[in-house]
Design a binder for this molecule. Structure first.
Ligand SMILES: Cc1cc2nc3c(=O)[nH]c(=O)nc-3n(C[C@H](O)[C@H](O)[C@H](O)COP(=O)(O)O)c2cc1C
Length: 217
């Protein structure tokens, strides 16, 4: 298992959503994935309950099925998601255009990505996420682990991207993967593959000063 020599600042700045540079032809070894998961489960959870499960999909037919649900989620979403309008500068518009091209590549090739990870959270009842506090506790108890997985993967030269459209068809995905739907919520669908080249740059982000508030909003 060879690791990239990245400083912690580099790791945090260059773990990007990788789509076009996923190596679709190189398998990812099981022991590397297990190492990333072992690091991921050091993440915090509410009351240290660790109600997580991680489904790693490598089977051709199952990957194809999940990819189809992802495409359906994008082209025929079941729920309307309100989006905040954004005024983009020319530079931001260009970055957005690049991301759209990259997202289209993932849309076209998701079934070919060697590993698809579906992180899940066990719940007593799916209504646990009905309130904001319920949501904060639920998502706050799975998303840090997933991000740790993505950071750990990057240290092995593996790229990932957060995606959620398949959740429009979460029940169908649960049936496909044998997930007990009533007691388990899926958090994301993460494509996982070695990257083509390992150099990545920090991403375009808003000025942190503009979103930092000291003592008062
Ligand atoms: C909640 C969430 C949902 C996302 N959904 C998708 C998606 O459906 N498809 C996709 O290609 N990328 C998706 N992304 C990745 C974002 O587009 C990406 O993280 C963002 O543009 C920043 O990219 P960068 O880190 O490479 O700069 C999602 C990210 C998050 C956090």
């Amino acid at each position: 298992m060879s690791r990239l020599d990245l400083s912690s600042d580099d790791l945090l700045q260059t773990t990007r959503a990788v789509r076009r540079r996923l190596d679709l032809d190189r398998p990812v070894e099981r022991d590397v994935l297990e190492r990333c998961l072992a690091l991921a489960v050091q993440a915090p959870t509410g009351r240290n309950r660790q109600r997580w499960d991680f489904v790693l999909v490598t089977d051709d037919a199952v990957r194809a099925g999940l990819a189809e649900l992802y495409r359906l989620g994008l082209t025929r979403p079941r729920e309307h998601i309100a989006r905040t309008g954004v005024d983009r500068t020319a530079g931001e518009a260009l970055a957005h255009q690049r991301m759209s091209i990259s997202a289209q590549h993932l849309f076209d090739n998701l079934h070919r990505v060697p590993v698809l990870l579906v992180p899940c959270l066990q719940v007593a009842d799916r209504r646990e996420t009905a309130s904001n506090v319920g949501q904060a506790n639920a998502w706050g108890s799975i998303l840090p682990a997933v991000w740790s997985f993505m950071l750990a993967a990057r240290t092995f030269g593996i790229g990932t991207a957060w995606t959620t459209p398949h959740l429009h068809y979460e029940r169908e995905a649960a049936d496909l993967l044998g997930i007990p739907y009533e007691r388990t919520i899926q958090a994301a669908l993460i494509p996982v593959a070695y990257t083509v080249g390992t150099d990545f740059r920090p991403g375009p982000r808003v000025d942190v000063g503009a979103v930092t508030h000291w003592n008062h909003w």
